[in-house]
Design a protein around this ligand. Structure first.
Ligand SMILES: Nc1ncnc2c1ncn2[C@@H]1O[C@H](COP(=O)(O)OP(=O)(O)O)[C@@H](O)[C@H]1O
Ligand SMILES: [Mg+2]
Length: 361
């Protein structure tokens, strides 16, 4: 296994910066998710690591070796794609064995590697079947197996679960996680699904518009998003963002109310480049009151969505839609006026001008 280092990696198409100055290190044995909305540059980044595209600038090394000018086959990587790309006319066994036959390995060694991979992925009983005789999940496991038998330094996976139905996706999510755990493999995993990234990865690289926005553990990204993009992208339902104005030790709404700030939050607000502030809050940190209480701000219920364990409500506060989670026994109705209490310790303050999280220095 090996570490992967990207330094100032660029990929341009005309004047489009598909990947814009991305630097990050994937440590040996780490599972890193490249995550972001469609078109943000995830696949391009992965293909640059794989060597399937020429770079416009920067350096990539795999296991202490600069691979900028190496062909994909010489980079010691294996790829798993969304469309499994299995050979339809070959049995599962032959699909797994084929990359090894190409490398002219001895027959016994090929057989041992195929059997080991099949065992690890629990597909031994499928070895004599053709891909069309397999379910989507089984096909995806064969695709993983085909990467596995090559024993690469790094696994590169591009949305490998996107073609599966919701239930199977959740199941394969834990299987890929287990696969990584068992092998201690270095994995770079592309997904547009923040939940996949949060649940599977050791670290997540959040991208937007070709730029790396934040690179950290899911827990740190969730707790301390660096800007409003990351804040609203990671977490479900999304963090609510309310545009307000700093006014001394409070945030002021054009609707006429003020939200007093703790000392620490007031210091953050004072560091804003203008007095325009975006207040961020996750659904689970908010409290709903049926009557005015000190420090709570008024809002109007828009929708109420029971999900069984928890009920989500959307509340209009100062023109912004705010998500809040409630006990399923809560009795509230659309258009009801309610008061929302914020948790000073767990609220986020952003500079509306720069979109960056405000610091208390
Ligand atoms: N061959 C290409 N020619 C021109 N633009 C491209 C090409 N490939 C990708 N792009 C553009 O680069 C950006 C990033 O694409 P991609 O890496 O595929 O995004 P993602 O995988 O995050 O959805 C997009 O704007 C896409 O349209
Ligand atoms: Mg893609």
């Amino acid at each position: 296994m090996a570490e992967v280092v990207l330094q100032n990696v660029m990929k341009t198409y005309g004047n489009l910066y598909a990947v814009n100055d991305v630097s990050l290190t994937v440590n040996d044995g780490e599972f890193v998710a490249l995550v972001g909305p469609s078109g943000c540059g995830k696949t391009t980044t992965l293909n640059l690591i794989a060597g399937l595209l020429p770079m416009s600038g920067g350096d990539i090394s795999i296991g202490n070796r600069v691979v900028n000018d190496l062909d994909p086959k010489d980079r010691d990587i294996a790829m798993v794609f969304q469309n499994y790309a299995l050979y339809p006319n070959k049995t599962v066994y032959r699909n797994l064995a084929f990359p090894l036959q190409m490398r002219k390995l001895p027959k016994e060694e090929i057989n041992r590697k195929v059997q080991d991979a099949a065992k690890l992925l629990d597909i031994t009983h499928l070895l004599e079947r053709k891909p069309r005789e397999l379910s989507g999940g089984q096909q995806q496991r064969v695709a993983l197996g085909r990467a596995l038998v090559r024993d690469p330094a790094v696994f590169l996976m591009d949305e490998p679960l996107s073609n599966l139905d919701a239930k199977l996706r959740v199941q394969m999510r834990s299987e890929i996680k287990r696969f990584h755990h068992n092998l201690n493999a270095t994995v770079v995993y592309v997904t547009h699904d923040q939940l996949e990234a949060v649940t599977m990865a050791d670290k997540m690289a959040v991208m937007s518009g070709g730029l790396l926005q934040q690179y950290d553990t899911p827990a740190n990204v969730f707790a301390n998003p660096v800007n409003t993009f990351v804040a609203s992208f990671v977490g479900s339902p999304a963090m609510s963002l309310i545009p307000l104005e700093a006014a001394g030790n409070a945030l002021r709404s054009p609707e006429g109310w003020e939200l007093p700030l703790s000392q620490l939050n007031a210091r953050k607000a004072a560091n804003s480049s203008t007095n325009k502030i975006v207040l961020g809050a996750r659904h689970s940190t908010l409290k709903l009151h049926k009557a005015a209480v000190p420090g709570a701000v008024p809002g109007k219920i828009y929708t109420v969505e029971p999900t069984g364990d928890v009920t989500f409500a959307q509340v209009f506060i100062n023109g912004a839609v705010v998500n809040i989670s409630l006990d399923p026994t809560a009795r509230i109705e659309p258009d009801e006026t309610v008061w929302i209490e914020f948790d000073q310790e767990r609220m986020h303050l952003f500079d509306a001008e720069t979109t960056m999280a405000l610091k208390a220095i």
